[in-house]
Design a protein around this ligand. Structure first.
Ligand code: PMP
Length: 406
């Protein structure tokens, strides 16, 4: 007889359903889409994955900065001069010269007064949203917002009011119902990463302002690429001056890791003392902030790369559409082209068929995707050549026919 009073409830039982789905999928003999290993990385667009020479079409390396020689050199120099890590918080021993320099690079990149760097983009959303919108305040957000936005809302304990994805009227209706005088934060994304679609920021920001709300835009997937200076969708649509906070990441176009918020709010600097995901974690290593600062400064002069990435986006989108694939957007809107799969099983088969062809894309499924969709997400890089895009289309055609999707 056991000497415990009651039986221990297995806290893992809540994962039984996802465990079963995963086992089912793997029982069909497909390669595990969620445990791919990059054994060797040859360039921003090529790697040896699971033993095969593979074209990368599922990274967020939009501007191909990961192998930029100046960026790499800056990282090596900082490693030599400042060591491997800071071992401390930004507010104690963790602010090095490099952290100041990357924040200066961000202020210049966005032409804004304040920049605050976090250890990841996830923490930037978590920290900024939870700190500025607390109990009694209201957050009005797109239902398809990134997990880090939702988690920031939860942590701050504000009233959360979601509206239908990219629906301007739905947003306004929600705003109208919020009690007068309440603190309001509208949270939007420039590019939504699952379907690669862009938000109607021009209209949405104007409406938010009309109702006295502050506006935060997550430009994680547009920084470096969209807008004349690569500042994102808010720049492209001419509303950047009305946006109170822009959130971004170093893990996409910048090509390393880290997150940030830029703002013109006169009291912004107090965030460094009150924002817990900034205070209670170690700062980024000196090599990381040095690579980020160099990359951001180079992105200021990235117009030619931006133009080529648009060309790639148009070719891939047009080519896949012509082959008969169902896509997440009617027109190319960003560097992400999402291919909609009929179900998870065929999505996984298609993912594997592409991998065998020598192409890596992201397999995305709920809860990351909207409306229960299974997607093959293609994210392009400015370093993909015109020939590579043609090769990719050939791979999609063969795999799509073999799996019976087209
Ligand atoms: N916001 C959005 C919209 C994202 O897609 C992501 C990452 N995929 C993040 C924030 C978090 O960025 P990071 O990788 O720097 O944590």
């Amino acid at each position: 007889m056991s000497d415990t009073l009651t039986e221990t409830r297995d806290l893992f039982s809540k994962f039984d359903e996802i465990i079963a789905v995963r086992e089912n999928l793997l029982a069909q003999g497909v390669e595990d889409p969620f445990s791919l290993v990059m054994e060797k990385v040859l360039s921003p667009t090529r790697a040896i994955c699971n033993g095969r020479d593979t074209i990368l079409l599922g990274t967020y390396n939009y501007m191909g900065m990961t192998f930029d020689p100046d960026v790499i050199q800056a990282g090596k120099d900082a490693l030599d001069q400042f060591g491997a890590g800071t071992t401390g918080s930004r507010v104690l021993n963790g602010t090095y010269q490099g952290h100041r320099e990357v924040e200066q690079a961000l202020r210049e990149f966005y032409a804004m007064d304040h920049a605050m760097v976090f250890s990841t983009g996830y923490q930037a959303n978590l920290g900024i949203i939870s700190t500025i919108a607390g109990k009694g305040d209201y957050i009005i957000l797109d239902i398809d917002s990134h997990a880090s936005i939702w988690d920031g809302c939860k942590m701050g304990d504000a009233e959360v009011v979601p509206f239908k994805h990219n629906d301007i009227d739905a947003m306004e209706k929600r705003l109208k119902r919020i009690p007068e005088g309440a603190g309001k934060l509208v949270v939007l994304e420039g590019v939504y990463s699952m379907l690669g679609d862009v938000a109607p920021l021009r209209e949405m920001v104007a409406i938010a302002k009309k109702y006295g709300a502050m506006v935060l835009v997550d430009e994680a997937h547009s920084m470096g690429f969209i807008g004349e200076h690569g500042r994102g969708v808010a720049e492209e649509q001419g509303v950047i001056d009305d946006v109170d906070f822009i959130i971004g990441t170093f893990s996409k176009s910048v090509g390393t890791v880290g997150g940030f918020c830029v703002s013109n709010h006169p009291k912004f600097e107090i965030m460094r003392l009150v924002c817990r995901p900034y205070v209670f974690t170690a700062s980024l290593p000196p090599s990381v902030v040095a690579t980020a600062a160099t990359s951001i400064r180079k992105l200021m002069h990235g117009a030619a790369k931006r133009a080529h990435l648009w060309e790639n986006s148009r070719s891939l989108h047009g080519g896949l559409k012509a082959l008969g694939f169902q896509l997440g957007t009617d027109t190319p809107q960003s560097a992400i082209v999402a291919v909609i799969m009929p179900d998870l099983e065929r999505g996984a088969m298609m993912w594997e068929a592409l991998l065998k062809e020598g192409l890596y894309v992201n397999l995305a499924r709920p809860p990351a995707t909207p409306a229960g969709m299974t997607l093959l997400r293609c994210s392009l890089c400015a370093e993909h050549s015109v020939e590579e895009v043609a090769t990719i289309l050939g791979m999609f055609e063969r795999a799509g026919k073999a799996v019976g999707i087209i």
